[in-house]
Design a protein around this ligand. Structure first.
Ligand code: APR
Length: 245
């Protein structure tokens, strides 16, 4: 592994444009369960609670689950070492952007400035009637569903539900960066959800070297990944940082 870490650090330092593509795995060490795998959230909850058409007809019922999954679990989650290393990489000029599937806001909290949130952000709620956006911290989630003060409409978390389009700016920026990338670091994703998982594949097709950090294999590992750093995000990134800064 040490040789692979050193080779990865060399490639990152030589790269003119480097992106990180992150999934739920980078936040596992912040106490947020992943969606899939042994302790995955989708083993306990049905993804239907995040199906847009189901939500629009069963908002109050869905909010029970949304609060438990995204506001109880996330409430006291903080960035872990992995997030902080990515922030240090951006600050020192060896990382150009983070493209994240995560909605937990932890990359911004760790200090990254250029973060494309492919699936939105749970820290914001939106009125689907008047488009007013609220901070989640404006609400006490003991009383759900949260409602718009202007028109009483039930608010929706500002992350995308299944069947909902990807935020246009994040989509455009993510693929533009993937086309330019010389190195793409995939951290903590099964790669099972599209179109997000096309981002590293686009980078690969554009000639980027793909470095994957994951204790398991994913759908990227054979066919997309060039260097698999098999391990937990915080441990691997801490090792990588020793050869970057
Ligand atoms: N460090 C790095 N990777 C880890 C760690 C860790 N400590 N722990 C688990 N992993 C890996 C798992 O091996 C798995 O490959 O993180 C990955 C988590 O996969 P998923 O739960 O499928 O998360 P993700 O790929 O981000 O899911 C994509 O699915 O439900 C939707 O919108 C949701 O954004 C999410 C999307």
């Amino acid at each position: 592994m040490e040789l692979l870490i050193k080779e990865s650090a060399r490639l990152i330092k030589e790269s003119k444009f480097t992106i990180a593509f992150t999934g739920a795995g980078i936040s596992v060490e912040s106490g947020i369960p992943p969606f899939r795998g042994e302790h995955g959230l989708w083993n306990k909850y049905t993804p239907e609670v995040l199906d847009l058409s189901y939500y629009l007809n069963h908002s109050t019922e869905c909010w029970e689950y949304i609060r438990e999954i995204f506001y109880d679990f996330f409430a006291d989650a903080h960035p872990n070492k992995a997030h902080f290393v990515l922030a240090e990489m951006e600050a020192s000029g060896v990382l150009n952007s983070v493209i994240t599937q995560n909605i937990d806001n932890l990359h911004f909290e760790a200090g990254n400035k250029v973060v494309h949130e492919f699936h939105g952000n749970s820290k914001k709620l939106k009125c689907l009637k008047c488009d007013r956006v609220y901070g989640a911290d404006e609400f006490d989630f003991a009383n759900i569903p949260p409602k718009c003060v202007d028109d009483g409409e039930i608010l929706k978390p500002d992350f995308i539900f299944f069947g909902e389009g990807i935020p246009q700016e994040a989509y455009a920026n993510s693929f533009a960066d993937a086309e330019k990338a010389e190195v793409c670091i995939i951290i903590g994703s099964t790669g099972e959800v599209t179109p997000a998982s096309y981002v590293p594949r686009t980078a690969k097709q554009a000639g980027a070297t793909i470095i994957e950090i994951n204790p398991e294999e994913s759908s990227f590992t054979s066919g997309v990944t060039d260097i698999h750093l098999k391990g937990k995000a915080s441990e691997v990134l801490e090792q990588l940082a020793k050869h970057l800064f």
